[in-house]
Design a protein around this ligand. Structure first.
Ligand SMILES: O=C(O)CCC(=O)C(=O)O
Ligand SMILES: [Fe+2]
Length: 335
């Protein structure tokens, strides 16, 4: 995630606006509605990606049990005593598993990071890979086999849904439907189980659980519990709430899809502020391409934009490594 450096935007308290601002899109005609259904859904998605970079997706055919099981396991894990959570803690050398909240020193501020995480990444044991950060296996709580099952099932379901979404993006961008297919043979995605504590009452207005940021990869598929707290920046700089919609995923464009689309699709700023007074769970799936993909504005779109490429080509593994290294060096990441 790209962390924004400005602070002023966080001072503007989000106002809840009509949900119409983040559309709820039914994906079923894309798969079951013939060519016309496909094009209509792709057009709706493209509009949302162009205007705000976020949309809700229902009709995705992911069985509710897949999500229910992962939330149940996540809750069970984060409710364990800290010594048991620590048994599957990430280390600087093996950055998968449980990542605690930073130690608190002094007053909370916008960078306080008020959440714990369980991080799961692509796991390709048979593929030679020179980067320790990408070639380590996942860590699992050894005495919770159902935890691993739920996460692996969830990961596979999100990757499958992502493949269809990439096709919808391509159609919406008016390029060949299979434009992105070849970049996702062994994609280095990430699934995070997130556990947010409530922001203490009386905290400064700037305090967030997650600072304002954009996501790094092409797209994120987020499952939220019923608590709410996600906020999305509008073009005019104000913030709106993106509350959970039952049965729908919250989907957003990340930086790499913005680059591929030459800026047509927006990788929008968002943040989490859990003001509900209760704990919150969420599960984002961060789609990433294959490690050696070079992401650059698609030539068809550059041509349409008068030959102007708005972004430089980026090597996926180099970019993500730089990002993870920044995260790893955040002070107090490890208790
Ligand atoms: O938990 C959420 O609602 C959003 C999390 C998020 O934006 C992220 O982890 O990148
Ligand atoms: Fe994010």
């Amino acid at each position: 995630m790209s962390r924004s450096t400005e602070g002023v935007e966080d001072r503007i308290v989000a106002k809840t606006v009509d949900l119409a601002e983040i559309p709820i899109i039914d994906f079923s005609p894309f798969r079951h509605g013939g060519e016309a259904g496909k094009r209509a859904v792709a057009a709706e998605i493209a509009r949302a990606c162009t205007e705000i970079g976020f949309f809700y997706l229902k009709g995705h055919d992911v069985p509710p049990k897949v999500l229910g099981d992962t939330f149940d396991q996540s809750k069970a894990f984060f409710h364990r005593p800290v010594e048991e959570r620590r048994a599957s803690a990430a280390t600087l050398q093996w950055y998968r598993g449980w990542i605690p909240m930073p130690k608190r020193e002094g007053a909370l501020d916008r960078n306080s990071r008020l959440f714990e995480q369980y991080r799961i990444q692509a796991d390709f044991p048979d593929v030679p890979n020179p980067d320790p950060i990408f070639n380590r296996p996942n860590r699992w709580p050894e005495d919770m086999p159902a935890f691993r099952d739920a996460c692996e099932t969830h990961y596979a379901a999100m990757l499958a849904l992502s493949r269809d979404l990439l096709r919808a993006f391509a159609i919406g961008l008016d390029v060949a439907e299979d434009t992105f297919d070849g970049y996702f043979d062994l994609p280095i995605c990430q699934l995070s189980l997130l556990y947010y504590i409530p922001i203490p009452e009386g905290s400064d207005v700037e305090v967030s659980n997650t600072v304002s940021h954009t996501d790094e990869g092409p797209l994120t598929i987020l499952a939220q519990d019923s608590v709410g707290g996600l906020e999305v920046k509008r073009r005019d700089g104000t913030w709106i709430s993106a509350p959970p919609v039952p049965g729908a995923y919250t989907i957003n464009i990340g930086d790499m899809m913005m680059w591929w689309s030459n800026g047509k699709f927006i990788s929008n700023f968002h943040r989490v502020r859990n003001k509900a007074g209760v704990e919150r769970f969420s599960i984002p799936f961060f789609l990433n391409p294959d490690r050696d993909t070079i992401v650059a504005p698609l030539p068809e779109l550059v041509a349409r934009d008068g030959g102007v490429a708005n972004f430089e080509p980026v090597h996926v593994a180099t970019h993500l490594k730089r990002f993870y290294a920044r995260l790893e060096k955040s002070p107090g990441d490890f208790l």
